[in-house]
Each structure stands twice: as C-alpha cells, then as structure tokens.
Design a protein around this ligand. Structure first.
Ligand code: ATP
Ligand code: MG
Length: 355
C-alpha cells in the first residue's frame, strides 16, 4: 500500500488534483496497487479555516505519508495579507520542514504542441532537459532580511548563504540524474561576481571527479538565460542555486508552449517527496472546469517513478498523455484556433481511457 497525502490548495488546485487522483486510482486498478489518499489543508483555504497557511496536522500527515501531491496555492483574496498569512508562506514552510532540497523540473517537448511554443520548430524540436534547482538555501532562506537607516539613507539587506554540504548534495544529485540520461551537467552560476558562485563552481569540479562518464560545463546565469531560448537542445541536466533556478525554470517552462503541461518533483533529504504542477492557482479560470490537468497527472507519474519505483506504471501514464495529445485532444490553454476544446474532467477521462 502507498500512502499519498493530497494537498489540493487553492484555485484550480482542487480540479487538477482530483484529476490526478482519478488517474492514480485507474493505475492502481490496472496494476493491482492500493493507493491510500489522505487530504490536508494548505495555503489560502488553510488560512481561512485554521488561521495559518500550513496547519500542524497537515505537516504531520505529509511526514507520515510515502509521498505528497500538491495542487497550487494562492489567489487575489489573500494578496494583501501580512507576510505570515500569505498562502505562499505555507509552501516555503513545507519545503523547509520536509527538507525538500532539490526541485526537479523536466522540460519535455511534445511534437503535437509545436504550434504552442514561442520558439521556431527547428529550435525547440527534440529539446529534452531537466532543471535541478536547489530549494532550501540561498537568498530566500538567508539571515532574516532587513531594512534600516544608515547615515540618513534607507538601506536593505538580503543574504545569500550556503553551506558547502548543501551545494555538494544538490550537485551530486544532478550528476546521478545525468548518468541516467544524456550524461551532461550544465552548472549555472555567476562566478564572475559572487563568492557563493565561486564555491559552487569549485564543488561542481570536485563532484565531477566522481562521475568520469558525465561531462561538466559551467555557464554564467545570464548566458544560460539566453542559451535557453537560443538553443535549448544543448542541455541535458541544468543544476543551479535557488534564485537562479527559480527564474530559469520559469523561463524554461514557457519554451514548450504551456504551463499546464509541466510537472515537478521536490525531493527530500530523508523523507517523502512532494510533487506538484509548476503552474499556479490560476484564479482567472478557477472553478470553471477549464484547467489543464496534465501537469498534475504527469507529476503523479513522476511520483510513481521516483518515490515508489513504479517505472512501468509511470511510463503508462506518460504514454497515455502523449497519445491523447497526438489524437488532437486539447484543453483551452494548449488549443489552437479551430481545435475542439475539452474541459478538465473530459481531458482526465481521455487519459484514463488511454491507460
Ligand atoms: P502563482 O503566483 O500562483 O504562480 P501566477 O499568476 O504566477 O500564479 P498561474 O496561476 O500559473 O500563474 O497562471 C498564469 C496563467 O496561466 C493564467 O492565465 C492561468 O489561467 C494560466 N494557467 C496556469 N495553469 C494552467 C492550467 N493548468 N491550465 C490552464 N491554464 C493555466
Ligand atoms: Mg507564479
């Protein structure tokens, strides 16, 4: 039995997680696995009901599970809340509390969606890479940020802090992943100006010695931002620190054409991993049965593969998604002019049928 904690969150989070649970159940039926789902509050709804974006019982439930599936958090309703009562705070907290140090975002190009990509077909066709982003260090978790007045001038401080071991752990993970793929790691930094980046580069060189079959290259982050749109096919595994990874992974997510297609995993040092679509709560289409559920369904497939070792089951889901796209089925976000548009629930049914 596999215990899966479901955190639906806000906005379209509910609709897309429902879809993924539906698909997991279908996989369970077909392969004879029992998936046990338990539900917890997080984000805006948790603030409304429990007065905190990450209630203690949610965290406890997640830690007791074998893996966590999250929808999305946030929405305009909570935008003006004080910092500790923002839905996104719940996400930062759960990452920290569950030791989720590595965020993995595969960027897969679907030939049938070529028309949705902002890049020319010959540039994007065949692109297939993974961004590995450090998730629990760097600027977002440095010494508490502060504003103060110095010599009559208002100044502000954020701190970029890393321990060598944190860098080593994420870079080692990237190399292990590259070993199973195209055997190339691009380590992204800003070593021409940042001391933290110089240490990052040093550690990357050290780790590389343990993986003689994997090629290591260093790339400055500004160049990486440019190369992603200029020639994305050159990449296999990109590894970088928290903030660079945040920015580059959002950039990369648009290359293939839809936010609604891309899954992610956040792996833990010692406990259950968390899986979520990379898109947000999409308040503009929430509750309308319009959201694309495929990113969340693909996140569930990543869970089967990475947390449970159910490779064949994960392949079945990924193949079903491809098949459905090849057959021309589209939700609104990936539809082109003239396409027949499916609702969230209809898309889920199509995938289920293809399993
Ligand atoms: P957040 O701060 O929660 O990340 P955001 O505004 O940055 O929110 P999204 O919530 O991801 O980003 O929404 C960006 C746009 O993409 C919106 O117009 C939304 O409707 C659309 N979108 C996001 N996810 C999906 C999806 N799964 N299906 C269809 N459209 C989506
Ligand atoms: Mg966003």
């Amino acid at each position: 039995m596999y215990r899966i904690a479901i955190l639906q969150g806000d906005g379209i989070g509910k609709e897309v997680t429902k879809g993924a649970v539906n698909i997991l159940q279908a996989i369970g039926d077909r392969f004879g696995h029992t998936f046990h789902f338990s539900y917890g509050l997080i984000g805006g709804e948790a603030i409304d009901r429990e007065g905190t974006p990450l209630p203690e019982q949610t965290l406890h439930m997640c830690k007791q599970s074998d893996a966590v599936l999250l929808g999305a958090v946030g929405g305009p309703k909570w935008d003006n809340n004080p910092p500790h009562l923002r839905p996104e705070k719940g996400l930062l907290q759960i990452r920290k509390e569950m030791n989720l140090f590595a965020n993995i975002r595969p960027v897969t190009f679907y030939a049938s969606l070529a028309a949705s990509s902002p890049l020319k077909p010959h540039v994007i066709e065949g692109a297939d890479f993974v961004i590995v982003r450090e998730l629990t260090g760097g600027l977002y978790f440095g010494k508490p940020s502060e504003r103060r007045v110095e010599k009559g001038e208002e100044v502000v401080v954020d701190t970029l802090f890393y321990k060598r071991a944190e860098i080593e752990r994420i870079i080692t993970f990237a190399f292990m992943l590259a070993q199973k793929r195209k055997k190339k790691v691009t380590s992204v930094d800003k070593a021409n100006v940042l001391e933290s980046s110089r240490m990052w580069r040093e550690v990357a060189e050290q780790v590389a010695k343990r993986f003689p079959d994997v090629q290591l290259e260093h790339m400055l982050v500004d160049n990486a931002a440019m190369q992603l749109v200029r020639s994305p096919k050159q990449f296999d595994v990109i590894v970088t620190e928290n903030m660079f990874g945040d920015i580059l992974s959002d950039e990369a997510s648009m290359l293939t054409g839809s936010l609604g297609m891309l899954p992610s995993a956040s792996l833990s040092v010692d406990g259950p991993a968390l899986y979520e679509p990379i898109h947000g709560s999409a308040p503009d289409i929430a509750g309308k049965n319009k959201a694309n559920p495929l990113a969340t369904i693909l996140s569930a497939a990543m869970m089967l593969r990475l947390s449970f070792g159910l490779t064949e089951e994960a392949d079945v889901i990924e193949r079903a998604v491809k098949q459905v796209l090849n057959a021309g089925y589209r939700t609104a976000d990936i539809a082109q002019h003239g396409d027949f548009v499916l609702s969230t629930t209809e898309m889920v049914e199509k995938v289920k049928y293809a399993i």
